[in-house]
Ligand binder design. Structure first.
Ligand code: FES
Length: 245
């Protein structure tokens, strides 16, 4: 088996006030992803290494880290693609709890803030049956429902780096997912959040969020479409102040 150096940016607040690098040399083969390398270290070399993962198949979204400076799912990138060695660090722009484990409370609060659930002014009686939706109506939001909350887009976003009050790409894409749903009636409630000072207007359309997204959600498109929609709503509100017909 070949050998590879994995350098981990570690942080152990109980024993050291500053982050430090630790390099592990491990055997690897072509099948091993970066997460497998971390698991090898944990199982065979250093059980104190801390990081999150669960599914190992790009679904749970918990294994996001900086891999050679780029935000990646570590279960989706292969060690063989880093023959010179690889550096693994915690996701940028998040407080670090320990080693590669980041604090995600602020991220979760932002997802909750956009009310990611169906809002109906009035539910119809159960006996009237389900809310039907055409394939075309589904396609309007399907892409934006693929987010796995991995937070890679926040680690790549220069606006979030500069101002962490920014609601951010994943939360706005999530809001857009519900706003585009034909069964939804809560767009006005969500507009108060995404149209606020910390919302869509902060985005300078660098687009890195969409570049790093492992599920091709394209949050940058969601943000730009939301800008267009809110602008249209604003103009219509001025022309038609007594409300939507
Ligand atoms: S371990 Fe679940 S997405 Fe990587």
């Amino acid at each position: 088996m070949n050998k590879i150096d994995i350098t981990v940016i570690r942080y152990d607040p109980e024993n050291s006030p500053a982050p430090f690098e630790q390099t592990y040399t491990i055997p690897y083969d072509d099948e091993m992803v970066v997460l497998d390398g971390l698991n090898y270290i944990k199982d065979h070399v250093d059980g104190s290494l801390s990081y999150r993962w669960s599914c190992r198949m790009g679904v749970c979204g918990s294994c996001g880290m900086m891999v050679n400076g780029e935000a990646k799912l570590t279960c989706a990138v292969f060690l063989k693609d880093y023959p010179q060695g690889v550096q693994v660090g915690p996701l940028d722009h998040f407080p670090v709890i320990r080693d590669l484990v980041i604090e995600m409370d602020d991220f979760m609060d932002k997802l909750r803030a956009v009310k990611p659930w169906m809002i109906r002014e009035q539910e119809k009686p159960v006996e009237e049956g389900e809310y039907l939706q055409s394939p075309e109506e589904l396609q309007l939001f399907r892409q934006f429902s693929m987010c796995i909350n991995c937070a890679l887009c926040y680690a790549a976003c220069p606006v979030y780096a500069a101002d962490q009050t920014f609601i951010g790409p994943a939360a706005i894409a999530l809001a857009h997912r519900y706003d585009m749903d034909s069964r939804e009636e809560g767009q006005d409630q969500r507009a108060k959040v995404i149209g606020s000072h910390e919302g869509i207007w902060e985005c300078s359309f660098v687009g890195e969020c969409s570049v790093v997204c492992p599920k091709h959600v394209d949050p940058a498109a969601a943000i730009q479409r939301s800008k267009v929609q809110l602008t249209k709503d604003h103009i219509l509100g001025m022309l038609w102040p007594w409300g939507k017909s």
